[in-house]
Ligand binder design. Structure first.
Ligand code: ADP
Ligand code: MG
Length: 328
């Protein structure tokens, strides 16, 4: 389709990192679009080889095998992610913590076996959880995991980093008007021709009965963390796949947090971090830091409330607010 400025719109979707990535871009012709798609998806594959939790030979897992030894020289990408992760850990006072993996592992097993891990196991796993035990040396670009048995989990941040990296990859090829969607987290560069923003829909899970939010974004990203798809019910409580690293227990849902940030990596990490905190605490922290965040939660079974930070309200203020439909 001709879209102005001689640019046409091209779309491609591929499965990566356990989800679907879609790239929408504007290019002068299909050859340029093909080259850009190739470069963009290639970048995702490369980053998966670095960040993957599932590949035993990923750079991340190789680093983890050196826990208690080290320091280990790492790629620029891994160093950047760990640096941004540390920033969010500090700013959230440990609500976000990529060293939470030993506990995540126990709860993954708990989901399968449908019973919580024993207190003894949880306590042992928690001994290994502490973002301050990751030593980062920027000058040498090395990482040392101070405690033997430490494991890292980039599930709360790597996708955001990947979205941003794809946009830079496209920009390096002269493609500035682009959007990348990774399983619902979205990063955008310049808007489509003749538009001043991308219209991005943030869906609300059906059970939460909220209106979807339409955001108008450029050079920005939106990340949503929620337990709509991954949770386990034990003793009538709904446990999320997000863990509170301070207690070793999962966040009790339903809960959904959306963060809009100019940096896709930080949007992703903050959406996870704010999910850990109590809704009021999350919004207070978002306001203190000028973050645009919306928290949807359930104060009582069957009812949902939504809290917006000031910066988030500004983003959606052009919309007529629509009331949540009454409960049946
Ligand atoms: P989703 O888009 O699946 O909701 P998130 O971005 O919220 O994903 O990240 C959730 C993942 O982050 C978990 O599956 C786990 O791997 C990891 N994780 C869980 N709890 C924490 C935490 N407190 N800090 C950092 N990472 C976490
Ligand atoms: Mg996240």
């Amino acid at each position: 389709m001709e879209a102005g400025g001689g640019l046409k719109r091209y779309v491609r979707t591929e499965p990566h990192m356990g989800t679907y990535f879609t790239i929408i871009l504007y290019a002068p012709d299909s050859e340029a679009a093909e080259a850009a798609f190739h470069a963009g998806f290639q970048r995702i594959r490369r980053l998966d080889e670095i960040f993957s939790d599932y590949r035993p030979d990923s750079e991340l897992n190789r680093l983890c095998r050196q826990a208690g030894a080290g320091p280990v020289h790492v790629s620029r990408e891994l160093f950047e992610v760990l640096t941004l992760a540390r920033r969010v850990s500090e700013a959230s006072r440990g609500a976000f913590d990529v060293t939470v993996k030993p506990v995540v592992r126990l709860w993954r097993r708990a989901r399968r076996q449908r019973r919580p891990p024993s207190q003894a196991r949880l306590r042992a796993a928690l001994e290994l959880v502490d973002y301050r035990a990751i030593e980062l040396d920027a000058a040498r670009r090395t990482v040392r995991l101070r405690r033997r048995g430490m494991r890292l989990d980039l599930g709360g941040i790597a996708k955001g980093y990947t979205l941003a990296a794809v946009l830079s990859e496209l920009a390096a090829r002269g493609i500035q008007r682009a959007l990348v969607d990774g399983g619902g987290d979205i990063a955008v560069a310049d808007p489509p021709p003749n538009k001043n923003a991308w219209r991005v829909l943030v869906p609300t899970p059906e059970e939460m009965r909220g209106e979807p939010v339409i955001l108008r974004l450029r050079h920005s990203a939106v990340a949503t963390s929620g337990d709509a798809e991954q949770y386990v019910v034990l003793n009538a409580k709904r446990y999320s796949h997000i863990i509170d690293p301070r207690t070793g227990w999962p966040v009790v849902g339903p809960r959904q947090v959306t963060v809009v940030h100019s940096c896709a990596t930080l949007a992703d990490a903050w959406a996870t971090a704010l999910s850990v905190l109590e809704p009021e605490e999350a919004i207070a922290l978002a306001d203190a830091r000028g973050l645009a965040a919306r928290v949807i939660y359930s104060p009582r079974p069957g009812s949902f409330e939504s809290l917006d930070s000031r910066a988030f309200r500004k983003l959606v203020s052009y919309q007529v607010p629509s009331p949540v439909p009454p409960r049946p």
